[in-house]
Design a protein around this ligand. Sequence first.
Ligand SMILES: Nc1ncnc2c1ncn2[C@@H]1O[C@H](COP(=O)(O)OP(=O)(O)OP(=O)(O)O)[C@@H](O)[C@H]1O
Ligand SMILES: [Mg+2]
Length: 263
Amino acid sequence: MLELKNITFSVTEDGEKKEIIRGIDLVIPDERLVVITGPNGGGKSTLARLIAGIEKPTSGQIFLNGEDITEKSITERAKMGIGFAFQQPVRFKGIQVLDLIRLATGKHLSVGDACEYLSAVGLCAKDYIDREVNASLSGGELKRIEIATVLAKASVLSVFDEPEAGIDLWSFQNLIQVFEGMRREIKGSSILVISHQERILNIADEIIVLKDGELVAHGTRDEVMPQLAGDTESMAGCCRISELSGLAELKGLADRKGEDFKC
Ligand SMILES: Nc1ncnc2c1ncn2[C@@H]1O[C@H](COP(=O)(O)OP(=O)(O)OP(=O)(O)O)[C@@H](O)[C@H]1O
Ligand SMILES: [Mg+2]
């Protein structure tokens, strides 16, 4: 269980204090898939970075399974079981995909086992396992490799920041199945996904809406989804193929109507 107690995060820009996260109290219980959504610039990635330890809160405390981790480093939190997939993943020159997956698990995985994680995110494992994690990988490939490493890590808390970003429609389908699979095998752990996608919101146990650094809604999917449907600002950037029928037909996507589509 992850607990945030009165977390604030401010930066000083041109001599002025800017409050990005404003007093957030939040519990992510075990065995739940929680999705955070909300308008661009609302503070979602900042909150994820505070949880992972990339940023330190200006005030407030963070607890993992009752232990205060506020002052713990990224590495210490990773060792305690917090896995994190960035909105914009980092490239590691000189490291092969296989090494990265082995590093994530902390075990000398067989090539076959490592390949299973790549297949789970829709990558043809034999084509990628020996590739270097450098600039030659496309954004979507890199994103999927990073998601595979978080899967391999089998964390106590896995955080995914906009896993759909840069991922094509066909791989997105795969991704939903990956999250559904993780949800089924969630025993003793929890999953936090930041997303604008209705298809991901639809598989959430709980939904949180973050706007201007504050929680404006938090409840079960059934409680929050109807509120979101009437809140065009929170759903900005997210739409369905049915609303894009002209474009969908143009791109030969007509048979995929009803699926989510990033505008
Ligand atoms: N270190 C920083 N210095 C100055 N401003 C920052 C810093 N980090 C974040 N911000 C600002 O804080 C706000 C929240 O940013 P954040 O990336 O958390 O938003 P987000 O909800 O993830 O948005 P998106 O949906 O676009 O990914 C933005 O206005 C951003 O420019
Ligand atoms: Mg973000």
